[in-house]
Design a protein around this ligand. Sequence first.
Ligand code: F6R
Length: 261
Amino acid sequence: MEIVILPDAADSGHLAGGAVAALLARKPDAVLGLATGSSPLPVYDDLVARYTAGEISFARATAFTLDEYVGLPADHPERYSTVIREAFTSRVDLRPDAVHGPDGLATDIPAACAAYDAAIAEAGGIDLQILGIGTDGHIAFNEPGSSLASRTRIKTLTHQTRADNARFFGGDIDAVPTRCLTQGLGTIMEAGHIVLTASGQNKAEAVHQLAEGGVSALWPATILQHHPHVSVLVDEAAASRLQLASYYRQTWAAKPEWQGL
Ligand code: F6R
């Protein structure tokens, strides 16, 4: 796991955007994994800038989102399928039918979840997964206690996650759905390269556990310690609890540019 400590979230967005651009250059039909929430927004802004400048194209790419609230009406602005369209996919040349997400309105939820994992496999698997991390250490919506081998399934959100996400629902925690569909930790672990971004003091403990804690379902993101290619891009505040921060800084400073992420 590589930890890169950067001055701010825009720098993380630029670095992650560079990794996506390099992937598209060598594999124009790449399969991208997209997170929602606020953490990846600088990544998407960077990718839109590269697309607008004519540097990259998503015309042959495919995308899979991580998760979706259960039961939000089709026209609700906070449905993740809507959020990702507005934040990213409609701003570049990704074909709308190449963007997939778990169906939070499915009548047969187990079948919809199994079909989602099958669709990712059929697309050839995710080449690069963009991730955020929750303050309680969740990735996608794999809350503490999640099976480390889990597949896409229905989960119940913790009170902490609903409180954190109330800001997207006018500050009203009761408006935040209680359940979601989420790629499992086992599903996420199959991605070729995982790029996780985090910023702000409220992520510091989760980032410390992710990189330096014992692997445990209590901090689900710790499963990423078993993945061979994870890049964690954090700002100073999110890095503030890292025990080995000076080593990470030295390592990054000495890394030749050709190596990329
Ligand atoms: C969203 C997702 C979540 C978020 C996490 C952090 O698709 O998978 O794991 O990445 O809740 O959210 P933000 O980035 O809003 O702090």
